[in-house]
Design a protein around this ligand. Structure first.
Ligand code: PLP
Length: 220
């Protein structure tokens, strides 16, 4: 029952316009079904193998988001069912997603992941790398992907000012890309930022999608 209570509590604090991606990594199918049975349908996984294993065991009306580092050799397994890939961080990956999307006769929605944290270990593009992708001829030929916005992870720290600055930076990147490359494109609208420890700050700074796991699956 705690899952459904935690989920309800968190949903009640979020503005309607902010989508909650329920991060179900490490959770058993049984536990995830507890959230599903409350009516929730939007789930996120960060490891391709884990997603590929769970997806066939779960109801088909789940909206699956992929939020972790994605290897090109795993793309073909998730493209047939995934709704949004949050973690595009290279042209090579984007081209692979496009290739598999074409084979499946689909258009796959993607976010560009930016490196906004100070830690070296977090994945993601720099602003300059993103521009290189968007200006490239290869990118312009991709008809089966749709870039809908940006994603980022803040530094793991208690210092909320640091976290806030990083989210402001991601919002600024979004605004700049929007005006330079996606003006008039209504589908470029998502800013995926905020996790269990920092989603309130992220929402204050303009997040449209929060990715929350621990705060929902913890025991209270
Ligand atoms: C695990 C994970 C989350 C959720 O983190 P919690 O702290 O459990 O809320 C969000 N985004 C990504 C990319 C993750 O890997």
């Amino acid at each position: 029952m705690t899952v459904s209570i935690n989920l309800k509590n968190i949903l009640s604090t979020l503005p309607c316009a902010v989508k909650l991606v329920l991060v179900s990594k490490y959770q058993s199918v049984e536990t995830i079904m507890e959230a599903y049975n409350t009516g929730y349908r939007v789930f996120g996984e960060n490891k391709a193998q884990e997603l590929i294993t769970k997806q066939p065991l779960m109801p088909k009306d789940i909206e699956w988001h992929f939020i972790g580092h994605l290897q090109t050799n795993k793309v073909k397994y998730i493209v047939p069912f995934v709704s949004l890939i949050h973690s595009v961080e290279s042209l090579k990956l984007l081209m692979e997603i496009n290739k598999e999307a074409l084979k499946n006769n689909k258009i796959i929605n993607c976010l560009m992941q930016f490196h906004i944290a100070t830690e070296e270990t977090k994945f993601g593009l720099s602003y300059q790398e993103a521009e290189e992708i968007l200006n490239s001829d290869d990118y312009k030929k991709l008809n089966n992907i749709n870039i809908c916005g940006v994603m980022g992870m803040a530094t793991f720290t208690e210092d909320k000012q640091v976290v806030r600055k990083e989210f402001q930076n991601l919002k600024h990147i979004f605004d700049t890309l929007k005006s330079k490359y996606f003006a008039g494109n209504e589908t470029f609208k998502e800013i995926s930022m905020g996790m269990s420890d920092d989603f309130h700050v992220a929402v204050e700074e303009g997040s449209t999608m929060v990715r929350v796991g621990t705060a929902i699956f913890k025991e209270v």
